[in-house]
Design a protein around this ligand. Sequence first.
Ligand SMILES: [Zn+2]
Ligand SMILES: [Zn+2]
Ligand SMILES: [Zn+2]
Length: 80
Amino acid sequence: MIRCRVCGRHVCSDDFDHSINACKACSATLCQVCRERLAIGHCAKCGRLVCRRDSVRVGLSRYCIDCARELGLVSEVKNK
Ligand SMILES: [Zn+2]
Ligand SMILES: [Zn+2]
Ligand SMILES: [Zn+2]
């Protein structure tokens, strides 16, 4: 049994994603940019799950930082 660092549940290694150190259930809801925080939505351009800190909201849409940068929505590269 391994403890998931996100939800704190104990899961067997079959249900654990070792690459991101979280259980499979959490890995499906984690931000796909940082893999640290829970995602709050999808990027309107690439469709990735993104957390609040790794996304930029423009009107009713949300973009991941990579797409936002590509679209010129953010001028400066944020510190990781
Ligand atoms: Zn979990
Ligand atoms: Zn993130
Ligand atoms: Zn994106």
